[in-house]
Every structure is written in C-alpha cells, then in structure tokens.
Write a protein that binds this ligand. Structure first.
Ligand SMILES: N[C@@H](CCC(=O)N[C@@H](CS)C(=O)NCC(=O)O)C(=O)O
Length: 212
C-alpha cells in the first residue's frame, strides 16, 4: 500500500483527492509543515527540502504533485483522468499542471515564506506584498482561462481540476476577493462537490468547503 505524506489544504490535497477518485490503495500521514515535522532527518530522507506531497510507493518515492497526479492517472486508466498520449487534450492537461506549478504556486510561496527569499529583514514585507499581488494576478489568469469551461479540459474531469482547486482554496484562505473570479468560483464549486474530493477534504479535517 502506498503512503501519502500531506499537510491539510496544501498542494498535497490534490493528490489526496485523486487517490480517492481512483480508489488507489493508500494510507495518509499528516506532516505538520508549520510545526517542524518536515524538518526531521527521517522526513528529509523522504524529501530533501522537507516538502509535501510525497507518495511512497513500492517502486520508490515520488515527489512533485503534478508528477504524482500523472502517475495515479496512468495507473488507473479506467478513471479517465488523463487523455490519451498524442492528443492535444493530454498536452492541455500538462499545460494546466505546469501553469499551476510555475505561476500561482511560487507566487504563493513568496507570500507565505518571504524570509526565505531575502537576506535583508526590511525586504521581507515588500516581497510578501508582491507575492500576494502576483498570486492574485495568477488566479485572475486562471479565471480567464477557465471561462466557458465546465472542467479545465472542457467536458471531462481530469487531474488538472483538483490541482487548480488548491490555488482557489489558498486565495480564499488569505482573503483575496475570490468573488471576482466567476469562472474559477464555479469551477471550484463543481470540483469541491465531487464525492472523492469531499472525502479527501474530510480526511484532512479542513473546515467545511463551500462555494462562496
Ligand atoms: N514543487 C512542489 C512544491 C511542494 C511544496 O512547496 N509544498 C509545500 C506545501 S503546498 C510545502 O511542503 N511547504 C513546506 C515548506 O515550504 O517548508 C510540488 O509541486 O509538489
């Protein structure tokens, strides 16, 4: 059985949701990334920078949420969470995953952990504010790209959808005006209503996730 190392509401939630969606056998271990669980030699042996998610499989450790999502989708073709090789739809799915990993995710990191980016204490707050602005811009771009789409790929739910969900959740968590993101808000409502996503949210004991 695989083991998911996660922190509630972190990017690992997307993996948790896809584990539930596919019925993949797993156990989940909570790692308190704010309480130092990720800064132990034991955890650093799983992830050298102490990040979640990690999926420990019988074939070795997997890190990087998008890679884990692709792995699960390919392991469970019956769940139809990733279009066939050679299709534009598959590349579109990778486009969403890479967009999320390179645009909103690092911007949120600049907001949450600005002290890691600057040596000068006086620069911490400006970097945090810039991170918040960049993150908001990223959510607005995702909103524009989602306009007119039921799911990220159009008609079919895919691994891109729970991945996009986490950035919306973070935006709401830090008090961004997510009401100004109509397509993203509707997308979030659809993703978070899925039974598998609800199970992952409940397992992580996140506060009730509604569409507002
Ligand atoms: N590129 C990695 C990023 C992983 C990452 O930054 N995880 C965050 C939570 S969303 C984390 O573990 N943060 C703990 C820390 O920065 O100390 C991925 O996509 O999996």
């Amino acid at each position: 059985m695989d083991t998911l190392y996660y922190y509630p509401g972190a990017c690992s939630l997307s993996v948790h949701a896809v584990l539930e969606e596919t019925g993949h056998p797993y156990e989940a271990k909570r790692i308190d990334i704010h309480g130092g669980d990720n800064d132990t030699p034991e955890y650093r042996a799983l992830h050298p920078r102490g990040l979640v998610p990690v999926l420990a499989t019988s074939e070795g450790l997997l890190t990087e949420a998008p890679a884990i999502l692709v792995h699960l989708a390919e392991r469970h073709p019956e769940a139809k969470l990733l279009p066939a090789p050679g299709t534009v739809a598959r590349s579109r799915c990778f486009e969403w995953l890479l967009l999320g990993a390179t645009h909103p995710h690092p911007a949120f990191g600049r907001f949450m952990r600005p002290e890691r980016l600057v040596d000068d204490a006086a620069a911490v707050q400006p970097v945090r504010e810039r991170g918040r602005r960049d993150f908001h811009d990223a959510l607005q771009e995702l909103d524009r790209r989602l306009a007119g789409r039921t799911w990220a790929l159009g008609d079919g739910y895919s691994i891109a959808d729970p991945y996009l969900m986490i950035f919306y959740l973070w935006g709401r968590y830090i008090g961004l005006p997510v009401g100004d993101l109509p397509a993203y808000s509707a997308h979030f409502a659809r993703v978070s209503a899925r039974p598998a996503v609800q199970r992952a949210i409940a397992a992580e004991e996140l506060p009730l996730v509604d569409a507002a």
